[in-house]
Design a protein around this ligand. Structure first.
Ligand SMILES: NC(=O)c1ccc[n+]([C@@H]2O[C@H](COP(=O)([O-])OP(=O)(O)OC[C@H]3O[C@@H](n4cnc5c(N)ncnc54)[C@H](O)[C@@H]3O)[C@@H](O)[C@H]2O)c1
Length: 254
């Protein structure tokens, strides 16, 4: 029982790995024994992540490329396989949003958000999931959002892509269960990260309202998602599949 949550000897790949939630989860994975690999389409974010993790004693390997680029994903997967073997854990938190009504959303923005938050999930999970199926084990954790379950103005495209990704992982959970693959999700709530920082700085009243809408009267922090991620990555969740852990202090059930 002591080792139920251990990730010792595991290799974890984090997509959107330069992001704030990912950095906190990478530290947690490492603390529980995993070798951590990151990729992100922002070299700057990767540098920040590397620096932040190094200061905590965590050394990571990084790749720069987009979740939407199938050629990149395949070449990175080949490289990782040669160096470390197929990852045991895939944690995907790559994502974007546009906070605006559809009357202001350009077709280009619509295509971009669908490409990253939905098509990219499919490309990434297919590339690594099929390799995991071949090996006969793997834990996949997709970062969704409470926006996949509660819809609202200015988040139409975002909510649609996250709801789509939620359906996608549930289907894959069933399709890949015979190969001993686990596909689950974590749905964060409003959290102060790069994702929201500028918006909340410009609209402090919205931040206050959002905070008050949470039963614990605070926003999420990147650290709030680490426990769920370690649980879903470890043997502790071996009978959990196609599930989404909503981490929002109870906002969604209110
Ligand atoms: N912060 C919130 O309030 C919040 C709430 C609910 C859900 N989420 C979800 O959490 C996830 C992580 O967000 P975060 O808060 O850590 O934000 P973040 O902006 O710090 O992290 C997202 C990372 O994804 C990377 N990324 C974007 N497009 C990419 C692409 N095409 N290929 C590879 N990487 C790409 C970004 O460079 C960034 O480093 C996202 O999927 C987001 O939808 C965030």
């Amino acid at each position: 029982m002591e080792n139920l949550f251990s990730l010792k000897g595991k290799v974890a790949l984090l997509a959107g790995g330069g992001g704030d939630i990912s950095i906190a989860v990478a530290e947690g994975f490492s603390e529980y024994g995993a070798k951590v690999l990151l990729f992100d389409n922002s070299q700057q974010h990767l540098e920040n992540a590397k620096k932040a993790l190094k200061s905590k004693g965590v050394e990571v390997d990084t790749w720069c490329g987009s979740i939407t680029d199938k050629v990149f994903l395949k070449s990175m997967a080949d490289e990782i396989e040669n160096r470390y073997g197929t990852p045991d854990i895939l944690f995907n938190s790559a994502g974007v949003t546009y906070r605006k009504p559809v009357s202001e959303l350009s077709d280009e923005e619509w295509k971009n958000i669908v490409d990253i938050n939905f098509n990219g999930v499919y490309y990434l999970l297919k590339e690594f999931g099929l390799r995991m199926c071949k090996r006969g084990s793997g834990k996949i954790i997709q970062v969704l959002s409470t926006g996949a379950y509660r819809f609202g103005a200015n988040f139409v495209a975002y909510g649609a892509t996250k709801a789509g990704a939620s359906a996608l992982i549930k289907g894959l959970a069933i399709e890949w269960a015979p190969y001993n693959i686990h596909v689950n999700g974590i749905a964060p709530t409003a959290t102060e990260t790069n994702f929201t920082r500028d918006y909340y700085r410009e609209h402090p009243e919205k931040m206050e309202a959002t905070r008050n809408n949470h039963p614990y009267k605070r926003l999420g922090t990147p650290e709030d998602y680490v426990g769920a991620a370690i649980y879903l990555a470890s043997d502790a969740s071996d009978f959990v599949n196609g599930e989404v852990i909503v981490v929002d202090s109870g906002k969604t059930v209110k």
